[in-house]
Design a protein around this ligand. Structure first.
Ligand code: ARG
Length: 466
């Protein structure tokens, strides 16, 4: 048990207490962030004349060797240390002696952990954004190829009106575009450096917080030191953004599961992204989509866990906050993995365009257009709605579509029907005539796609902002 704070104590910590208190099992994730923070701190201490140049160089050399040895496996991070901060400091002192004892001047583990977690989360925000950017590219390329692929649009999971595959996927493009915007917002709000907040009240040393903030790629230092050590809002915001991403992915997953079903057969999931059954030889299951849908709960769980942990915490640092890590790490891994896998599944997905179009042909998706046709002939919409309703009832009985009826049959329902009705209610016309901004008609859809292309070209990636 290597502790940094033995001086005030006369007894050793109970073994169970030690294990209960320790965080090394999980905070070793931000080993590199911890070293980076120490480098920035020690350079600043020297520049401010708080430690000598010689000590600075000795400490930096020690940190380099520790980092190199951990990376190449010569130095193992073990639970003999309480947390990653203790691990780095103890090893530094072990390697460079007296100078190492000066590293923690004007610093507390409270601002250190606040910094490490923020640096680690910032990296995760960037990586998530990058995955989303790639995923949007996949969605867009399918949209571009399917401006003419007609399919039924649904409400209540009932066929409603014909749309196109490009239009349907365009809805997902918008969801994930908003998710990226949320990440960018979070990034901008969180990108301030808590280092130099001390335990809670700053320090009596003349620290240059602007210098460390800049060295670590932050916009500047956090404003208030008590807030600096006890703020985890950025993490809650990120978990909330991840929850939203998972919610979108789970909706998309659900649709792919339905579309891949024997009843729909709109899509076929690639063999590489499906699994079989141990007993039923015919099975090819959409497990990836189901797991993405299923893992959504884990990410929501992390959000609720952290909100609950932070609820009612008095200022400033409390040990409760150590509980911000494990679930958050799990949520970050889960969400990134899900975006990546779903993206791969979508990239290799085969769309059965004939089946989609055939499906739109059945289910009276052109009924609204039939009513609109009558309106064009001078019938009031409410009457037109009722006339077409009766036609649909008649067709259900005859097991046919509206456009399968003869003009004589149609005229029995309304004398306003004419030969041009067939063209007016063809699926192609139904789609082509929907030209309002955001609708599936070709020119409208092409505008939408152009704006998506423009967006992807110009939206600066958070990775590049690093
Ligand atoms: N392991 C702690 C955490 O994760 C580091 C900060 C400890 N500070 C303290 N005063 N006990 O939050």
């Amino acid at each position: 048990m290597a502790q940094l704070w033995g001086g005030r104590f006369t007894k050793d910590t109970d073994k169970l207490v030690y294990a209960f208190n320790a965080s090394i099992g999980f905070d070793q994730r931000f080993f590199h962030e911890d070293v980076a923070g120490s480098r920035a701190h020690v350079k600043m201490l020297a520049k401010q004349g708080i430690i000598s140049q010689e000590d600075r160089d000795t400490i930096l050399g020690g940190l380099d060797s520790i980092e190199a040895d951990v990376d190449n496996g010569r130095l193992e991070i073990t639970d003999e240390y309480e947390d990653i901060h203790s691990f780095v400091e103890a090893n530094l002192i072990n390697r460079v002696g007296e100078a190492g004892k000066k590293l923690h001047t004007g610093r507390s583990r409270n601002d250190q952990v606040a910094l490490d977690m923020r640096l680690y989360t910032r990296k995760q925000v960037r990586e998530t954004d990058d995955l989303l950017k790639h995923f949007l590219g996949t969605i867009l390329s399918i949209m571009q190829k399917n401006v003419d692929t007609i399919m039924p649009g649904f409400t209540h999971l009932q066929k409603a009106q014909p749309v196109t595959l490009a239009h349907h996927l365009g809805a997902y493009f918008e969801m994930f575009r908003r998710d990226r915007e949320r990440l960018a917002d979070i990034y901008d709000r969180m990108n301030y450096c808590p280092l130099g907040s001390g335990a809670l009240a700053g320090t009596t040393y003349p620290l240059d917080r602007d210098m460390t903030a800049q060295a670590l790629g932050f916009y500047g230092p956090t404003i208030n030191s008590m807030d600096g050590v006890s703020d985890r809002d950025y993490l809650i915001e990120f978990l909330s953004a991840l929850s939203m991403i998972m919610m979108h992915l789970s909706r998309f997953s659900e649709e792919m599961i339905i579309w891949n079903s024997n009843e729909y057969r709109f899509v076929e999931i690639d063999d590489g992204f499906s699994t079989g059954s141990s007993i039923m030889p015919q099975k090819k299951n959409p497990d990836i989509a189901e797991l993405v849908r299923g893992k959504t709960g884990r990410v929501y769980g992390a959000l609720v866990q952290l909100l609950t942990t932070m609820k009612g915490l008095p200022l400033a640092y409390n040990k409760d906050m150590q509980e911000d890590k494990e679930f958050s790490f799990d949520a970050m891994d889960t969400a990134k993995g899900c975006i990546h896998l779903f993206d791969g599944m979508l990239e290799t997905l085969k769309f059965n365009k004939d089946i989609m179009e055939k499906s739109a042909r059945h289910g009276f998706t052109n009924a609204t257009d039939a009513a609109d046709y009558l309106v064009g002939k001078g019938v009031a919409f409410r009457d037109a709605h009722s006339i077409v309703g009766k036609i649909v009832l008649y067709c259900i009985d005859k097991k046919c579509g509206i456009d399968d009826l003869s003009l004589d049959e149609l005229k029995q329902f309304s004398p306003s029907f004419d030969e041009d009705v067939y063209d007016a209610i063809s699926l192609k016309t139904c789609v082509d005539k929907r030209l309002t901004t955001g609708a599936p008609g070709k020119p409208a859809m092409e505008n939408e796609i152009a704006s998506c292309i423009e967006y992807l070209k110009n939206s600066d990636s958070l990775i590049e902002r690093a």
